[in-house]
Design a protein around this ligand. Structure first.
Ligand code: CTP
Ligand code: MG
Length: 180
């Protein structure tokens, strides 16, 4: 029962979670804000690029479609029901994740936090909050049936753990300049 909830939560979060990692790997090039500053501070910072954002979204969409394709065979293999992503959610989970991350950078810059400097909790949950919020607003019926209370609890608990782990890995691999 608990393992089943964890399996469903991990399944659901793949298209919301991995766009962030894809953005780190693909990132670089022109910043979205084009270097624009407001009251002496850059709007989003050089760490939010078009390439990272677009690749992140495309990777998330591809993953959601791939999970939909393999879902039935996985269900037979592990004897656990896994949710299918409705078409709107295929798009809103990755787009919401990237937008949540952009909004967090916007907030960090307004608060005077330099690019790359960490704000614990915000850095770990921004993309999850964005993905869930955009999906809840656009497909409330599917969201309510799929992201049940227990699933949401698991998502909020495992996300920071996974995020810290993958960021440390990306740092060691030289993909990121800070381990968060
Ligand atoms: N990245 C990107 N585009 C995005 C998100 C991330 O190109 N939309 C890439 C950038 O190379 C960025 C790296 O992934 O430096 C790490 O992402 P993140 O930790 O979110 O950005 P930071 O550079 O730490 O900046 P911030 O302080 O704004 O979080
Ligand atoms: Mg960061």
């Amino acid at each position: 029962m608990v393992l089943e909830t964890v399996a469903v939560a991990v399944w659901l979060m793949v298209p919301a979670y991995l766009p962030n990692n894809a953005a780190v790997v693909a990132g670089g090039g022109r910043p979205i804000d084009g270097g624009f500053t407001l009251r002496g501070r850059q709007l989003l910072g050089d760490g939010k690029t078009w390439r990272g954002t677009v690749v992140g979204i495309l990777v998330g969409i591809a993953l959601a479609l791939a999970l939909n394709a393999i879902g039935p065979s996985v269900e037979r293999a592990i004897e656990v029901g896994v949710p299918a992503f409705v078409p709107v959610a295929v798009v809103t989970l990755p787009v919401g994740a990237m937008v949540g991350d952009l909004l967090a950078s916007l907030l960090k810059r307004r608060l005077g936090v330099a690019r790359g400097q960490s704000v614990p909790v915000l850095d770990q949950l921004d993309f999850v909050a964005g993905a869930l919020a955009l999906t809840a607003v656009t497909v409330p019926g599917w969201f309510g049936r799929t992201f049940t209370g227990p699933v949401l609890v698991v998502v909020v608990v495992i996300t920071p753990v996974l995020h810290v782990g993958t960021n440390v890995a990306a740092y060691r691999l030289g993909l990121k300049s800070e381990p968060w």
